[in-house]
Design a binder for this molecule. Structure first.
Ligand SMILES: Cc1ncc(COP(=O)(O)O)c(C=O)c1O
Length: 389
């Protein structure tokens, strides 16, 4: 005798990329073309993505992490240098600094945006500070002009980890417009995805040209250009490079995704407004919102549990899972991971508060309103069960 199936509640995921037939067709066309490595689609994706974020050049790479590494590398960051980063970020931000041999120095963040500010960066500046790497965390744009006002007179470049920020704006311009160097992610957890993939954008043609060589083993002429030239072109290797290339398969998908970016941001902002309306009346709860002067793309919608919440954030996550809702812990605190255990430095109370007491709710393009209502009802039930009115 077989047991009857155990009824399960369908789980609402925290994120689902918005992919369809158009992306599948675009990838199939690349396969049929016979050129699947870095080629003409990568070049077109670079051009259109850079234009979208208000930069003059894009250099496509294999991930945001490799992009972060490349941009620090072309700045000349190396052993003995310090780079100020938020601990309140995915660990790749700090790791990229270590790849160069430099030392990541953690600064605390604003409790409202989760981002670096001049007030949190200034106390950790030192004569060894070689760069500040600001993160637009969860798509909430950081106030880069304010950081530049602090760092510019000291000769310290401000570069941007814009992994989450495609489609966010600050000061009426897209995040990325006017950036010295900004690195972007196309991992499926982001709005726009190519599976894996990234891009560095800049207005500096020399940095762009050098990053193009560095991503391809330091080659003076790319494989695609040698192929296009037809004749016998012999490349040279002037410095040690990396293999950080994006493929044309990825770029073809990215080109379709890019056309959808406006719709993705609009839908996320609509869904975020529904979360905000539902949570506005809950005592002491805070959540992601537009910062002064900017608009977020709501890459992540985080909720911070009230002060004195009687249970743990992880209990809330578990209670949501029991209701068929897959939420996630908030943004990590990199300095609390054992990879950074040896890390000296001052206290990071806001980072620890945000990281320890926040959770990320499901938010994706085709999240239906009834499913979102299930998430809201589940969260409100868990909170009121813990005595939060
Ligand atoms: C802020 C931040 N930086 C860097 C990364 C790394 O991106 P990738 O997975 O494309 O290397 C992520 C990915 O989650 C991120 O959120």
């Amino acid at each position: 005798m077989t047991n009857p199936p155990i009824p399960t509640i369908p789980t609402i995921p925290v994120m689902r990329p918005w992919l369809g037939e158009e992306e599948a067709t675009a990838a199939a066309e690349v396969v049929r073309s016979g050129w699947v490595a870095q080629g003409p689609r990568v070049a077109e994706f670079e051009r259109l993505f850079a234009a979208q974020v208000g930069a003059s050049t894009g250099v496509a790479v294999s991930s945001c992490t490799t992009g972060l590494h490349l941009m620090l590398h072309v700045l000349g960051v190396g052993p003995g240098d310090e780079v100020i980063v938020p601990s309140h970020s995915f660990i790749a931000t700090a790791n990229a600094v270590r790849y160069t041999g430099a030392f990541p120095v953690f600064a605390d963040v604003s409790p409202v945006t989760g981002n670096l500010t001049p007030q949190t960066v200034e106390p950790v500046l030192s004569p060894r500070t070689r760069a500040v790497m600001v993160v637009h965390q969860g798509g909430i744009p950081a106030d880069v002009p304010a950081l530049r006002a602090l760092c510019g007179p000291r000769g310290i470049p401000v570069v941007e980890d814009a992994a989450c920020a495609a489609g966010a704006t600050f000061g009426g311009r897209p995040v990325g417009a006017g950036a010295l160097l900004a690195a972007w992610s196309f991992h499926p957890r982001k709005l726009l995805t190519t599976g894996e993939g990234g891009m560095v954008t800049t207005d500096d043609p020399e940095w762009a040209a050098r990053m193009r060589r560095l991503r391809e083993h330091g080659m003076s002429v790319s494989a695609a250009d040698r192929h296009a030239a037809g004749g016998a072109v012999v490349e040279e290797y002037g410095e040690t490079g990396f293999n950080y290339r994006m493929t044309d398969l990825q770029a073809a998908i990215g080109l379709v995704q890019l056309r959808k970016l406006g719709a993705m941001v609009a839908r996320r902002r609509e869904l975020a407004a529904r979360y905000q309306a539902a949570l506005a009346g809950v005592a002491g709860v805070r959540f992601a919102q537009d910062p002064p002067g900017g608009t977020t793309n709501y890459q992540s919608f985080w909720v911070l549990l009230p002060d004195g919440y009687p249970g743990s954030r992880n209990d809330v996550l578990a209670a949501l899972v029991a209701r068929g809702v897959s939420a996630r812990r908030g943004i990590m605190a990199s300095h609390l991971e054992s990879a950074y255990a040896e890390h000296p430095g001052g206290p990071l109370p806001v980072t620890e508060l945000l990281s320890g007491r926040s959770l990320i709710l499901p938010l994706y393009h085709d999240l239906s309103e009834p499913d979102q209502d299930r998430v809201i009802a589940g969260l409100l039930a868990v909170l009121s069960g813990a005595g939060v009115p």
